[in-house]
Design a protein around this ligand. Structure first.
Ligand code: X2X
Length: 344
């Protein structure tokens, strides 16, 4: 009898102890909704990646973590270069963001915007999936967010309303919309163009009105945003820059989740990133690059450069590369160059 009472007491004590972690969690309750910031919505690979992440998290946490998409960087009134600061401050809970938009706050992210650094997808993968990717994530962690996975916006090809561009001279005086860091101003100035910085939201009306002549963005954006309808009739495939996307979470939000839920969110980001990269490359890695035919069918002149023609753009932007190598950090850039040279 006495033994039994002791046992009951022990069980009660265990039950109380077991309740302690639950009470601790209750102090930082889960939010009913987590706000996921993106520049582009689900008509684009970028937004599709965000949706896949949100869906996987909801399913795998059985609805404990409910993510809502805020495309058009609407939580910060469309000002995409403020996204990183807003993430750090908790105005945004999580994001799938471009390295370009965060580079004003994290100078190392300018690496991916260096003209003609990454000649092909294998080069990009060598960076994001290798030592450079690891170092970048450590930098982002220090800068105040929790980085989880890589995605991709894509190779940023040049379009304009004026004429086919084959040489830097063809770009002379052309008003080109750019975004993000001053590196883009340097690159287009070196090419003889007249770059102007504006958000994606402001850019589209500017193409339509003719206030701006041209822009650079991945072809998946060109088609989904129907840029041929806003006078962008010429595209030059020059592969000068490609921007990865990064899946991140605000630090306080991250800390409020149980380790098990953190693991779910991380794995879901990795899975979504992988799928998103496949979507971003669709039509561009298959034989014959079917997306190029689709674009030509819209009445757009697609210009492919010969290696010698491309080299003229590389040469003209080389001083910009050298200048920014110092700003970004010569060690990091050298690590990147070596990883690219050793790529499979
Ligand atoms: O604004 C752009 O050009 C875009 C949509 O590609 C980015 O957010 C970097």
């Amino acid at each position: 009898m006495k033994l039994r009472r002791t046992l009951v007491g022990l069980l009660a004590a265990v039950a109380t102890l077991g309740a302690v972690p639950t009470a601790a969690v209750a102090e930082t309750p889960y939010k009913s909704e987590y706000r996921l910031s993106l520049v582009l919505g689900t008509a684009f690979p970028w937004g599709k990646g965000g949706q896949i992440w949100a869906d996987l998290v909801k399913e795998r946490t059985k609805g404990r973590i409910n993510i809502k998409l805020y495309p058009g960087v609407s939580l910060i009134q469309g000002d995409q270069t403020r996204e990183f600061s807003a993430l750090r401050q908790g105005v945004i809970d999580m994001a799938v963001g471009s390295t370009i938009n965060w580079s004003p706050q994290v100078r190392q992210l300018n690496l991916f915007s260096m003209p003609f650094l990454m000649p092909d997808y294998a080069a990009m993968d060598a960076l994001t999936q290798g030592e450079v990717g690891k170092q970048m994530f450590a930098t982002l962690d220090k800068a105040g967010v929790v980085p989880l996975a890589w995605g991709e916006n894509g190779y940023r090809e040049l379009s304009n309303s004026k004429r086919p561009v084959r040489t830097p001279a063809d770009l002379k005086g052309m008003k080109i919309r750019v975004v993000g860091s001053p590196l883009f101003l340097d690159t287009f100035t070196a090419l003889g163009a007249n770059p102007t910085q504006m958000s994606w939201a402001d850019a589209q009306p500017a193409f339509a009105s003719g206030a701006v002549d041209g822009q650079e963005n991945p072809l998946s954006i060109f088609t989904a945003a129907k840029l041929h309808n806003v006078a962008q009739k010429n595209i030059t495939l020059w592969g000068y820059v490609a921007d990865p996307l990064i899946f991140v979470v605000n630090k306080e939000v991250w800390a409020s989740w149980t380790p098990a839920d953190q693991a779910i969110v991380r794995q879901a980001a990795l899975d979504a990133g992988k799928q998103e990269i496949e979507i971003a490359r669709k039509g561009l890695i298959e034989p014959g690059q079917p997306l190029l035919k689709d674009i030509a069918a819209l009445g757009v002149t697609v210009t492919q450069l010969t290696p010698a023609e491309r080299e003229a753009f590389v040469k003209a932007t080389r001083p910009v590369y050298e200048k920014w190598k110092k700003t970004i950090g010569a060690d990091l850039v050298t690590t990147a160059e070596k990883a690219i040279a050793a790529r499979k």
